[in-house]
Design a protein around this ligand. Structure first.
Ligand SMILES: Nc1ncnc2c1ncn2[C@@H]1O[C@H](COP(=O)(O)OP(=O)(O)O)[C@@H](O)[C@H]1O
Ligand SMILES: [Mg+2]
Length: 270
């Protein structure tokens, strides 16, 4: 982290139009056996403001570790992550709660109502309790849960709980939203409905999205660009998704085949 800390002068950053810049990122973990395992290996990519970028890659490719680093929860061993030209640690310190994440499994607090769960991310932004409630209720309405404001997570279906998570991720007015297999735990019908609703809500916001998914269909539906990762995390290829490619069977099949063969090529041996 050393060299990275000293260079905090945003004005000296060249790619000023990037919302997110990842440069030569490396991260490894020491296993219990003492062996070092690489999770991120010389990873570089950038995301422009307002883009929807999907990341697909084999399991264990360091995608979730990367998202932890983007939230400032884990630190790179080398390289840098910048958001709006600032080292990510500075960004998360200055703009609290402006990077949010939607997980695969809902991580709602079981003792809090849907409203209080949706309001959760607003607390660290210093929003007053009354305003937190107001904003949370507005987002619960937007995700179609008006009738379930006081429900506890256990009283909601999996799809509804994921809707609360979406409300929670949007409520703080985030600048960067990270999805980590956000729809993977749901049945097909629920997932596809939720993806459609998510996309409509996302497009009503001026936000940048990084969407980690193993579903290539989801990547084509939600993203305008797909980054194919190898394992450990490194960029194998970038594929542009033309507008409405998901509606065009030929176009989406071609993208799917291309992504699939790249994922196979980038998997760890064995
Ligand atoms: N806290 C940790 N300690 C040790 N190894 C870890 C830790 N977190 C992740 N890893 C390893 O890093 C690699 C990438 O994991 P992950 O980011 O979860 O992959 P995925 O791309 O499936 O999300 C895996 O090999 C995993 O075992
Ligand atoms: Mg993961």
């Amino acid at each position: 982290m050393g060299e990275f800390d000293m260079d905090t002068n945003a004005a000296s950053v060249p790619a000023r139009s990037s919302k997110l810049l990842v440069e030569h990122a490396r991260k490894s973990f020491r296993q219990d056996s003492g062996a070092e395992i690489s999770a991120i290996a010389d990873l570089s990519f950038s995301v422009k403001s307002g883009e929807y970028v999907a990341i697909v890659g084999p399991t264990g490719a360091g995608k979730s570790v990367l998202l932890d680093c983007l939230l400032g929860l884990k630190f790179l061993d080398a390289g840098q992550i910048r958001v709006d030209g600032l080292p990510v640690e500075n960004f998360v310190r200055e703009k609290k709660g402006h990077i949010t994440r939607i997980f695969q499994e809902d991580r709602l607090l079981p003792w809090l109502s849907a409203t209080d769960n949706a309001a959760f991310g607003l607390q660290i932004q210093g929003v007053s309790q009354a305003d937190r409630r107001k904003q949370a209720v507005r987002w619960l309405d937007a995700v179609g849960l008006s009738a379930f404001k006081d429900a506890l997570p256990r009283e909601l279906s999996g799809g509804m709980r994921q809707r609360v998570n979406i409300a929670r991720a949007f409520a703080p007015n985030p600048e960067l939203v990270l999805l980590d297999e956000a729809f993977s735990a749901l049945d097909d019908v629920t997932a596809s409905r939720l993806r459609q609703d998510f996309k409509a809500l996302a497009q009503s916001q001026q936000t940048t999205f990084l969407i980690v998914t193993h579903s290539i269909d989801e990547a084509i539906f939600l993203a305008n660009r797909i980054l194919v990762f190898g394992a450990p995390a490194r960029l194998m290829a970038e594929i542009a998704v033309p507008p409405l490619a998901w509606e065009d069977r030929v176009a989406s099949d071609r993208i799917k085949d291309e992504v699939r063969s790249l994922i196979v090529a980038g998997a760890r041996p064995g």
